[in-house]
Design a protein around this ligand. Structure first.
Ligand code: B12
Ligand code: SF4
Length: 420
């Protein structure tokens, strides 16, 4: 049986240098699909979809709200030809009811151990309209090694330099932050994978540079330290979401190859400054993620925040505006206050204002967002900062002798630094 799995394209952040990471959800899903199914994967961000392809069944994997409308359009086109379409992935769970209008079947939840039934139902002509496993997560031990063989590796590079490969060592999160949908998706439970399975998967990836996409590694100190200890011999270099802020953990993370973290910078406190300093003390870079437009944000506050980001020597920064994604506290509150003025999901890119901020107009917040990008990258451009961060990994690779000379030449060309 031929199954075409599609990852719909979306508009990237306008001010960010464009790059494309290999998708993760679709290849992890593919690992749960029975062996007799022949999967062909298309990442529409980088390839065209062949709407005339001879396929039996189409799957659409959506991670972000901003993929939803395009996902529905693709499904409509295949269904017009009589080909059945199933949806899955995070944005399918977040937009389940709307997605049903464009689907033969909607799968809600995690795929492991559920796909035999779905594909057998399809074979028997009994595909269900909804498979709802949102509150019935499979055992975490069942997560298999992602089918990275389905990815066309050559597509994922930044001007010739190979991108990181994605992997996850846990699912879920104990917390419930204001703008985040993870509590809805994972039920506020932290579910670590067995360390040996995560390590085996990492070891098998033919790339020294990884992105560990777990929501936050800072969930269980013992597990985190055990994981880092086991990672040391792999000699991988990796970025991730936050790591717990304790010297003994940061030390192990550094030994395990931590390259840089994405860290939310939500105020100008000493706590944040010291946290960034500590990452740096252990040779770990920091890309700050900064959300603008919260109710306590005035223009003065945002100016101070940007000065602060420059003072604390963030390696990179990514600015977005508060976006009330469905199934978040932000959505519930702003909707209840009648402050959301666009429900066009194509606007939910995280760099377009879709609600009335408290202290300025939506138009002014939009300008402030661009001013923030400009101010932060005024003295050193994004590409210069990216190059510096790249050099950090090169240094680490030189130290543990995993560095490939070809990468240095490609990177110099990619970042326009041939003469330095
Ligand atoms: C990794 C990640 C990223 C990576 C993505 C890298 C990549 N190429 O995949 C990066 C860092 C790039 C990223 C960026 C952003 N992200 Co993000 N990200 C995540 C994160 C932490 C994990 C996603 C993941 O890989 N999960 C693991 C995989 C295995 O799980 P999965 O996708 O659910 O797949 C399983 C099932 O869904 C199912 N399945 C999947 N596909 C299919 C298909 C079919 C047919 C079937 C049947 C089943 C099925 O099978 C899989 C195995 O069980 C999630 C949070 C979360 N925990 O989900 C947020 C999340 C998806 N991101 C979110 C956000 C907000 C963003 C940003 C907007 C943030 C920002 N400040 O800029 C940006 C996007 C900006 C833009 N416009 O481009 C939101 C989504 C909000 C929304 N409704 O759109 C989430 C939910 C976090 C949150 N804060 O709420 N993100
Ligand atoms: S923002 Fe991060 S820490 Fe907060 S609930 Fe979401 S995943 Fe967890």
């Amino acid at each position: 049986m031929k199954f075409l799995l599609i990852y719909p394209k979306w508009q990237k952040l306008k001010r960010q240098t464009e790059f494309h990471l290999p998708p993760h959800g679709p290849v992890v899903f593919a690992a749960a699909v029975p062996d007799h199914v022949e999967i062909q994967f298309v990442d529409e961000n980088l390839e065209d979809i062949d709407f005339d392809a001879a396929v039996d069944f189409v799957g659409i994997s959506m991670m972000l709200t901003i993929q939803a409308k395009r996902g529905w359009e693709i499904a409509d086109a295949f269904r017009e030809k009589g080909i059945k379409v199933i949806f899955g992935g995070i944005a399918t769970m977040i937009h389940a009811e709307e997605t049903m209008l464009h689907a033969d079947s909607v799968f809600l939840g995690e795929a492991e151990s559920r796909m035999e039934k779905v594909f057998s139902d399809f074979d028997k002509g009994r595909l269900q309209k909804v498979y709802d496993y949102m509150n019935d997560q499979p055992a975490i031990e069942l997560v298999g090694t992602a089918r990275r063989d389905l990815l066309k590796k050559d597509l994922y590079n930044f001007r010739g330099v190979q991108m990181v490969d994605l992997v996850h060592a846990s699912r879920g999160c104990r917390f419930h932050c204001y703008p985040c949908a993870v509590a809805y998706l994972g039920g506020r439970k932290f579910r670590p994978r067995p360390i040996d399975k995560a390590i085996e998967e990492m070891a098998g990836i033919d790339n020294n540079r990884l992105f560990i996409v777990d929501n936050s590694l800072a969930q269980d100190a013992k597990w985190e330290m055990d994981l880092f200890r086991e990672m040391i011999p792999l000699k991988k270099h990796w970025c991730c979401h936050p790591i717990e802020d304790k010297p003994e953990i940061l030390d192990l993370a550094a030994q395990a190859g931590a390259w840089y973290v994405y860290q939310a910078i939500f105020d100008t406190s000493d706590y944040i400054k010291e946290r960034i300093d500590r990452y740096h003390d252990y040779g770990i870079g920091v890309e700050g993620t900064i959300l603008l437009g919260l109710d306590h944000h005035t223009e003065d506050y945002i100016k101070r925040l940007i000065d602060f980001l420059l003072e604390i020597n963030l390696d990179m920064a990514e600015f977005t505006v508060l976006t009330p994604f469905p199934h978040t506290t932000a959505f519930d509150e702003l909707k209840q206050q009648r402050r959301i003025f666009s429900y066009d999901w194509d606007d939910y890119s995280a760099d377009k204002v879709v609600y009335y901020p408290k202290h300025f107009s939506p138009e002014r917040l939009q300008e402030i967002l661009y001013e923030a990008w400009d101010a932060f990258y005024n003295k050193e451009s994004q590409e210069e900062k990216m190059f510096k961060l790249f050099l950090q990994v090169v240094k680490k690779e030189m130290a543990d002798k995993t560095f490939k000379m070809r990468d240095r030449r490609l990177a110099s060309r990619a970042f326009g630094k041939e003469n330095r």
